[in-house]
Design a protein around this ligand. Structure first.
Ligand code: UGA
Length: 442
């Protein structure tokens, strides 16, 4: 099937590569000509395990191509997938400007029937607006008879495992009220719909809301656990024991109940705020979502507060080793990363940072530029040199079993602040290290 994908960000690029991998003929379109040029040369703009191979091989096989020309994109695909960003506006609501720009381009250039698929995370009602925008363009061109359907098909991939999430989805949500569009979507995703039925068909608005409901539910689980962690800490209980205790109930489950320093990334923070804004416009009261958001903002400051308390506010002459900058492991993404809140608070308090992250140091340098209070280190051990204490902000696998004796020797004050509960206190204490973590007794 011929497919065009508009937007070569995380969602667009991974989905396009996955569709090409199963044999579809995919053309990716992006207004960023430099990005298009780089991809044509096999340079992948993001770090995502397995993505480079998928892109390079399918590009080599001629099934995955890139262009900066929207008209070419519109002509190519029978299916037109919109996967551009929906950045937050000041009130938290999602800005659908780029989505509508693609819809306009489709309406201006289409000369044959199309199935338009909205994959971006968009507020409920956006597919109706896409429909109106395309219709208006067709009217202008006196081509109203040209058939098209707008389908909602939200994406559920996770950064760090985006390729496998896309190749083996746990569900494929399709919002449409057209039997024709349903048949096309079935054919499009047939190669991914193996072993058991993964496709769930529903009306367009329910599909749009499903995306927000899923992310907000997961964010709620995390904020709930973070709230439990603060209670556990005050009561002398261990949140990690509590986690295991409640996770064993299949109705609760072990997933997404890890306490930490708040959820980051390009999705949860933005989507929770966007649904709060959408609900407010619709006149709905959303106290749970507001509390989820507030708890997360507070949680992101927690690690800094632990440091500040321990050093009694005297941070101006201190240097901290920070392990982990990305918002989670296996990505170089620092969007809304808790580490950013930590770094900025440390700098505001006059402290210096020696940072190490396996993937996100270039991204961190891009965000913060060169500054004396931030030194990037080649290894996690190097970050410890001359540091007063160690702070862990991301749970990369390579941080799980450090040489504690070396950590003890390198630090001026033998203490680890662990925002991800990687170790247990006894294990660390054996090496003469103090240990502060989230929601556990000291
Ligand atoms: C999230 C969803 O998990 C995907 O299903 C969704 O498709 C995606 O957003 C999206 O809307 O595009 P992602 O942002 O890549 O995926 O990352 P997650 O693995 O969900 O982690 C989000 C944040 O929650 C991270 O900062 C992570 O550290 C934190 N988290 C996660 C916790 O603090 N505790 C947990 O138990 C789980």
């Amino acid at each position: 099937m011929k497919i065009s994908v508009f937007g070569i960000g995380y969602v667009g690029l991974v989905q396009a590569a996955a569709l090409a991998e199963v044999g579809h003929d995919v053309l990716c379109v992006d207004i960023d000509a430099a990005r298009v040029e780089a991809l044509e040369q096999g340079i992948i703009p993001i770090y995502e395990p397995g993505l480079e191979r998928l892109v390079v091989e399918n590009h080599g096989a001629g099934r995955l191509r890139f262009t900066a020309d929207p008209e070419e994109g519109v002509q190519h695909g029978y299916v037109q997938i919109i996967a551009v960003g929906t950045p937050p506006m000041e009130d938290g609501s999602a800005n659908t400007r780029y989505v509508m720009a693609v819809a306009g381009a489709i309406g201006r250039a289409m000369t044959s029937e199309k199935i338009v698929v909205s994959k971006s995370t968009v507020p409920v009602g956006t597919c109706d607006e896409i429909h109106e925008t395309i219709t208006a363009e067709l009217d202008r061109r006196a081509l109203r008879a040209l058939g098209f359907h707008v389908v909602s098909n939200p994406e559920f991939l996770k950064e760090g495992s985006a390729v496998s999430d896309c190749m083996k989805p746990d569900r494929i949500i399709i919002g449409t009220d057209s039997a024709d569009a349903e048949a096309v979507m079935r054919e499009l995703y047939a190669p991914f719909n193996r072993n058991h039925e993964k496709m769930i068909f529903m009306d367009v608005r329910s599909a749009e809301l499903t995306k927000y409901a899923a992310n907000c539910m997961l964010a709620t689980k995390i904020s709930f656990m973070n709230e439990m962690a603060s209670i556990a800490h005050l009561l002398g209980a261990d949140i990690e024991q509590v986690r295991l205790g409640i996770g064993s109930d299949p109705r609760i489950g072990y997933d997404f109940i890890y306490p930490g320093i708040g959820y980051g990334g390009s999705c949860f923070p933005k989507d929770v705020r966007a649904l709060i804004a959408t609900a407010a416009k619709a006149g709905a009261e959303v106290n749970i979502l507001k509390a989820v958001n507030q708890r997360n903002d507070a949680q992101k400051r927690l690690l800094f507060e632990l440091v500040q308390q321990r050093f009694e506010g005297q941070l101006s002459d201190k240097t901290f080793a920070v392990w982990g900058l990305a918002f989670k492991p296996n990505t170089n993404d620092m969007r809304e990363a808790p580490a950013r809140v930590l770094l900025e608070a440390l700098w505001d308090a006059g402290a210096r940072v020696r940072a190490y992250d396996p993937q996100a140091m270039n991204e961190c340098a891009r965000i913060y530029g060169e500054r004396p209070e931030l030194v990037f280190c080649d290894t996690k051990e190097h970050a410890l040199c001359g540091a007063d204490a160690l702070i862990i902000a991301t749970e990369w696998k390579s941080f799980r079993a450090p040489d504690f004796a070396l950590v003890r020797k390198a630090l001026r004050t033998p203490i680890i602040f662990d925002g991800r509960n990687l170790y247990n206190a006894k294990q660390v204490a054996v090496h003469g290290l103090e240990y502060r973590s989230i929601g556990r007794p000291e």
